[in-house]
Design a protein around this ligand. Sequence first.
Ligand code: CA
Length: 302
Amino acid sequence: MTARHGRFLGSGGGVVGRSGRRIADDLTEAGRGRRQGDSAVSRILFVEDEPRLLRAMRITLRARGHEVRVAADGRHALSEAAAVPPELVILDLGLPDMDGVEVITRLRSWTNAPIIVLSGRATGGDKIAALDAGADDYVTKPFSVDELLARMRAVTRRAAGPSSQPTVEIGDYLVDFGAKRVTARSGPPGDDRRATEDAAREAAGEAAAGERTAGEAAAGAPGGGEVHLTPTEWRVLEALARHPGRLVSQRELIRGVWGPGYPEDSSSARLYLNRLRRKLEPEPSRPRYLRTEPGLGYRFEP
Ligand code: CA
């Protein structure tokens, strides 16, 4: 989960515009504070046309041991990347000389390095275009340093290959992908809470099991401690949980689970996400682990 410290950057002359120096210091401090658990040192290409943001991020990323190269426009980004192939690219979509999506397309013609897009634009269309062109994730300006660092860790893990973690924790449950089993982690707390919720529903005159089917309720938490997932639910959950913290676009999820040629509308993905949330999330209507990025895709937040 991304801790948000309230240090925000960018957004066309917002916080960063007042004092580049102070914010650079803040960033360095933020960097020190969260060095633990950082991914391995990367060769990063940071492309951004706001000089103060560029400078501040160069300082903070270098303070964390990364090798950082910078470019202030698309042309320089491409020549810099060609000269020293980056292991990670962070790219502002709004560049003075060319569209960031064009930069992504050209980079993707020869490199698989993860690309994180910085976007100050309000519409989702640009983000979708960037993801379709091959970007791995995006961060909306103004962003917190912690959020960007979390996205960097997520895409770097993905680049390193599938997660070696055979299990993940979701709320009260331990999900074991190897054994294809979902079990209650500690039993009593979750069961008590769920029992309390069910009791509250009963008191309110609703069915105690809510929307769960009789079979699911029987296999579900109260008493049994094990939750049954269908094969498709397993595939959807795996597609998301394999890359903790990373955005999985709707197109990627649907192709991965149902194969190419399946209609890439959102209804199937949404249906299965809702089913998984009802089975696993502590509060299905306010998902904490299985998040929706409206119009873009889904994200498993560990
Ligand atoms: Ca810009």
